[in-house]
Design a protein around this ligand. Structure first.
Ligand SMILES: Nc1ncnc2c1ncn2[C@@H]1O[C@H](COP(=O)(O)OP(=O)(O)OP(=O)(O)O)[C@@H](O)[C@H]1O
Length: 240
């Protein structure tokens, strides 16, 4: 069953087309990757799915409902969680507090929010740092916190925007395991990622975007062997 079905999505900023006739179908329980060169329109796609930017045309169906036009807080309650490329925790609050803020999307009870936060902090491997102030976390732990905040909203679908950027190879390995655990907990994952090793290890399907346009979709093996994808990454002007 498709959790997320996007059809013929289009978005331009002035004369710049950032999403061009984009269609994807993300199945329940899948880990689905979105890759493409810098500026290809990947984050803009996430911003449209999570309600931060309204598409010019096309449909985005989540759990059988067209969600175009709904605001981010409503989509969060409907079950779309997301991380941001630039992480902005409340630096002078604790890790647990920051995660609990996410949990308040689903409950007004402080004890329930804290209980959920405790659970998520454990899942992402931040349990021993839960009482630290967020500003004192290392980069990798800030990334974990970003994922934890999104998970605390109890999403059905989580959008991960380059959560592996800036991590060392062994930190990437740990993060790959975490993303696997998230999938195993029943959450569907849509991830933008430049770290191909992780994409190859995790994603069942991958969409490749270049200049806003989907140029390939398939298994990681299929797309990385696609000549158009190779030329997009090598910087050839394949539009010429
Ligand atoms: N609000 C906006 N107004 C105008 N242009 C924008 C806006 N947001 C993004 N863009 C432009 O849209 C294009 C796609 O940006 P986007 O951030 O989606 O790319 P990306 O694939 O996520 O890139 P990266 O991998 O570098 O994060 C870029 O040229 C960007 O400058």
């Amino acid at each position: 069953m498709a959790v997320l079905e996007i059809q013929n999505l289009n978005k331009s900023f002035g004369g710049l087309t950032v999403t061009k006739n984009l269609s994807i179908s993300v199945q329940e329980g899948q880990i689905f990757g979105v890759i493409g060169p810098n500026g290809a329109g990947k984050s803009t796609l996430f911003n449209q799915i999570s309600g931060y930017i309204r598409p010019d045309s096309g449909s985005i169906v989540f759990n059988d409902k067209n969600i175009v036009g709904k605001p981010p807080y409503e989509l969060c309650r409907e079950g779309i969680g997301r991380t941001f490329q630039i992480v902005k925790p409340f630096g002078s609050k604790t890790v647990l507090y920051n995660v609990a803020v996410g949990a308040f999307a689903r409950t007004n009870s402080r004890s329930e929010a804290l209980q959920k936060a405790e659970e998520v902090v454990k899942l992402v491997g931040l349990e021993s740092r839960k009482d630290l102030l967020a500003k004192n976390l290392t980069i990798v732990d800030r990334k974990r916190l970003e994922v934890a905040k999104a998970l605390a909203t109890q999403p059905k679908l989580i959008l991960l925007d380059e959560v592996l950027a800036g991590l060392t190879p062994s930190e990437v390995d740990e993060a790959v395991e975490l993303i696997r655990r998230i999938q195993q907990s029943g959450v569907t994952v849509l991830m933008i990622e430049h770290v191909m090793r992780a994409v190859m290890a995790l994603c069942e399907r991958v969409l490749v975007i270049s200049y806003g346009e989907p140029i390939a979709e398939g298994t990681p093996q299929e797309v990385t062997q696609n000549p158009q994808v190779i030329s997009a990454y090598l910087g050839d002007d394949h539009h010429a």
